[in-house]
Every structure is written in structure tokens, then in C-alpha cells.
Design a protein around this ligand. Structure first.
Ligand code: GTP
Ligand code: MG
Length: 440
């Protein structure tokens, strides 16, 4: 299940509240730059949801939440997040209502046919609100003045109106009978936890229903996933943090992974699972398991993963033909390649998704790209950047990457300028300012 929405509308905070952590506080500029994954088990869900979720009513193990970045240059990343999910939560700030990325998210949901609900967030900011920590919405409504209630209702009707303008009929969730033809709007606060029991209740109901009806996931088949991150792990070497969105993966399976050069064919040495409620990106402790079924976040240890790329596909070969699976991975990678030109800047980024997002942002700013790659800044990148004809293109833009020590010296020698940032639009802005200054 993916969480989508405009920047700062509260996607990460909402997940923080559900999993009881504080990931959003540790983020650079408090903007989510990558897709994260968190498995929330059924008993946690039912604990938070109280009487709204009775564990015995469900045969789901819990919910897997995928957080997505909200900034506008992340449309590709988000479209992948949207496509990964069975169900989506569209987070809308009640004060801001629909914003550009809300529209983008709606487009993605429409295109992928993903069922979704709307979390109308930040209801605690309603003037005169009387907060009821963690309470279901009906209960908190009872504690509000007539004035505060109608103020909030007004904002909620605005969201319902916006949805209707885009061809979706929607209503307050408790009036919705059929969630497939009607979008449920759930008022929530990520700050006070109000409405979160309702949100979880609706999500559980929808997941159960949708998975049963559609059999959206073939959990028995060979696993398919996406690499979130490539990480060195003591005793394992390079490992992959993966969201498994389909099928099963087992220790010993042959897998094909998108790499910087050719697809990597390797054998799974160990499967490591983060503990429940832990965000895979920040988790340090894992349990070793023999098998993982979709949908789940899992760390894969295997030989030869050094060149694997974040954002690339992972496929279990199973009883299929190896070459066929390799071609499948190649085709998927070709889809996400960035267009480069004869003249332009060099871009390095930490994942395929962020590389794509960088390319989109640069295209919007009308900055041509000579070369774009996933990985740290290496001497070779400096050599390439120095071949640019225009001096304003003799630059390397590094998003969330390190600079190899032998590249530092090369930069000075070759008169190549390096810009680094971990917020994409700031990186592009810094470069644009530099170009302005050169013209002065
Ligand atoms: P991106 O990842 O950058 O797209 O943002 P996001 O949607 O994940 O938003 P985030 O959770 O980082 O929250 C943005 C800001 O809104 C933070 O300052 C939060 O503290 C605040 N915020 C989020 N939810 C609520 C809420 O329910 N009530 C109030 N008052 N503030 C909230
Ligand atoms: Mg966020």
C-alpha cells in the first residue's frame, strides 16, 4: 500500500504515528527522497484501531506501507510507488486541499487503476479544535463545538468537490457503502492520532476485500521486487533492501538484479527481515528467514551485488528460462533510462529513481545532460565533465552521493565544478544560480 500526496501534507508523519517512530524528523530538510517500506503487523493495527479492527476478522498478516516522496520532481518514483501498491492512501492537507502533486498522484492512481482512500490530514489545525489523542473520528466529533465541526466539514466538502471535478465520486468514509465505486474520505491528524483508528479500519477492510476479490498478488509464484537501497552489511558484503511486491523469494533462489553494467545473476545466500514496525531504511537488526512472501520488505544477501542499482528490478528465476528473465530485467531498465545529449552536465545520483527525478528537474530547467549515472563521483566523471564545450556545463551535479577521494584532486586540476545536495530542487537551484553568476 502506497502513501501518496503533496509535499508536506503529512505522509511520513502519518506513518510515524502508525509505527510509533520519528523517521520524518531525521530526514534532510524533512523531505522524503526515497521510497521506504514498513510492515505493520495485524496486532499493532488492531491495538491502534481498537474496536474498529478485530484481529479475528482478518486473515491478512498486516499492512505493508510504502512511503513516497512528495516533491514535484518525483513523479516517476511515485508512479513506481503507485504501481507497486494494491491500495493507496492519498494524503491531503485539509488547509491546502488539492495541490500540484495531489493532482499528479490522482493521475497515477487513475492510470494504474489503483483503489485508494483519502486521508484528510491535519484536522487538529481546525480553529477551535479540541484534540482527543488517538480517538476514532466519531468520538472526537462529539467533543467538538458546532463551529469547529462545520469549519472542518467545509474543508472536507472542498476535497470531495475537487475529487468530483476529476471524475471520482467520494464521501465521508462512514457513508460509503462500496469503496470500489466511491472514494472514502477519512479525516485524520498525524499529530494527535485522531481518526487513525478509522483509517486503519478502512485500510484493513479494503485490503482484505481487494486481495480476496482480485487475487492481486500471486504469492506462490517467483518473486518480483524493486531495490530500495544497496548497503554494505558487516559479514555479508553488499546487500539489497528490497520491496517484494509479488511472489515468493527463498534462500538459495537464483535471482536477476538490474546492475550498473549488465544484469547481475546470483544466488540468494540469506534473507534478512526487519523486525515488525521497523522502517527498513533505518533498521539495524534483522531476523534470518528461509522464505519471504509478498508484499514485504526484505534484505537480500548474495554474492556480486556491488554493482546493483537502487530502483532496479529484482526477479526470482524459478523454473523459467534464465535468458528470458535477464531480458525482462533489461527491458525494464531500458524503460527508466535518462536521455542524454552531446553537450551538457554530468549527473550522479544514489538511485535510479532519484536519477530520473534529477533528469526531470533538469529538463524542466532546460539544462542538458551529457551523462547520468547511479553511483559516487569518480575520477572518470570529472574527465567526462571536462569535455563539455560550454564552461557552464563543466559541472557535476551529485545527489545524495559521496565523492571518491581520488576524484577531489581531479576536480581542481580539470576546472570542473561540483554541486552536491540531498534535496533535488535545491541542487538544481544552486546550479542555476551559478550559471546566473557566470553570466554577470
Ligand atoms: P514529504 O515527504 O516532503 O512529501 O512530506 P510529508 O508529506 O511526508 O510530510 P511530513 O510528514 O514530513 O509533514 C510535514 C509537516 O507537517 C511537518 O512539519 C509535520 O509536523 C506537519 N504535520 C504532519 N501531519 C500533521 C498533522 O496532522 N497536524 C499538524 N498540526 N501538523 C502536521
Ligand atoms: Mg515524507
Amino acid at each position: 500500500m502506497a502513501v501518496l500526496g503533496h509535499v508536506d501534507h503529512g505522509k511520513t508523519s502519518l506513518l510515524d504515528k502508525i509505527r510509533g517512530s520519528a523517521v520524518s524528523e531525521g530526514e534532510a530538510g524533512a523531505i522524503t527522497q526515497h521510497i521506504g517500506a514498513t510492515a505493520v503487523p495485524l496486532d499493532t493495527v488492531s491495538q491502534m484501531a481498537g474496536s474498529l479492527v478485530k484481529p479475528e476478522d482478518f486473515d491478512l498478516p498486516g499492512l505493508l506501507f510504502i512511503d513516497t516522496p512528495g516533491h514535484h520532481s518525483f513523479s516517476t518514483l511515485r508512479s513506481r510507488g503507485g504501481a507497486l501498491a494494491d491500495i493507496a492512501i492519498l494524503v491531503v492537507d485539509v488547509n491546502d486541499s488539492f495541490q500540484p502533486q495531489t493532482e499528479e498522484a490522482i493521475d497515477i492512481l487513475k492510470r494504474t487503476g489503483t483503489p485508494f482512500i483519502v486521508a484528510a490530514n491535519k484536522i487538529d489545525t481546525t480553529p477551535g479544535w479540541n484534540p482527543q489523542e488517538g480517538a476514532p473520528i466519531q468520538k472526537t466529533y462529539e467533543e467538538q463545538s458546532q463551529r469547529a465541526r462545520s469549519k472542518l466539514d467545509e474543508k472536507l466538502y472542498e476535497i470531495i468537490g475537487e475529487l468530483s471535478d476529476r471524475g471520482f465520486s467520494s464521501d465521508f468514509y462512514w457513508r460509503v457503502q462500496n469503496f470500489q465505486s466511491n472514494i472514502g474520505v477519512v479525516p485524520v491528524s498525524a499529530l494527535t492520532g485522531e481518526g487513525i483508528p478509522d483509517l486503519l479500519g478502512v485500510l484493513m477492510g479494503l485490503s482484505q476485500r481487494y486481495m480476496k476479490d482480485e487475487m492481486a498478488i500471486d504469492v506462490a509464484g517467483p518473486g518480483s521486487g524493486t531495490v530500495l537501497e544497496v548497503k554494505e552489511e558487516r559479514g555479508f558484503g553488499a546487500t539489497l533492501d528490497v520491496v517484494l511486491y509479488d511472489g515468493t523469494i527463498r534462500a538459495g533462489d537464483t535471482i536477476v538484479v538490474g546492475g550498473a553494467n549488465d544484469p547481475i545473476v546470483t544466488e540468494v545466500r540469506a534473507l534478512l527481515q526487519p523486525r515488525p514496525n521497523a522502517e527498513i531504511r533505518t533498521e539495524k537488526r534483522f531476523d534470518k528467514v528461509d522464505e519471504v512472501r509478498a508484499a514485504a520488505g526484505v534484505k537480500i544477501a548474495a554474492p556480486d551485488l556491488e554493482d546493483a542499482m537502487a530502483g532496479a528490478p529484482v526477479r526470482v528465476v524459478g523454473d523459467r528460462d534464465l535468458d528470458e528473465v535477464v531480458r525482462e530485467v533489461e527491458a525494464e531498465l531500458a524503460d527508466i533510462e535518462v536521455t542524454t545529449e552531446e553537450e551538457g552536465v554530468v549527473v550522479k545520483a544514489d538511485t535510479l529513481g532519484s536519477l530520473e527525478a534529477m533528469a526531470n528537474a533538469l529538463q524542466e530547467a532546460e539544462v542538458p545532460i551529457l551523462r547520468a549515472e547511479v553511483g559516487d563521483v569518480a575520477p572518470r566523471d570529472v574527465a567526462v565533465a571536462s569535455t563539455a564545450r560550454e564552461s557552464e556545463h563543466k559541472v557535476i551535479l551529485g545527489f545524495n552521493v559521496d565523492v571518491l577521494s581520488n576524484a577531489e584532486a581531479e576536480l581542481e586540476k580539470n576546472d570542473v565544478k561540483l554541486f552536491e545536495d540531498d534535496v533535488i530542487y535545491q541542487l538544481v537551484e544552486e546550479y542555476e544560480e551559478h550559471v546566473e553568476e557566470m553570466k554577470r
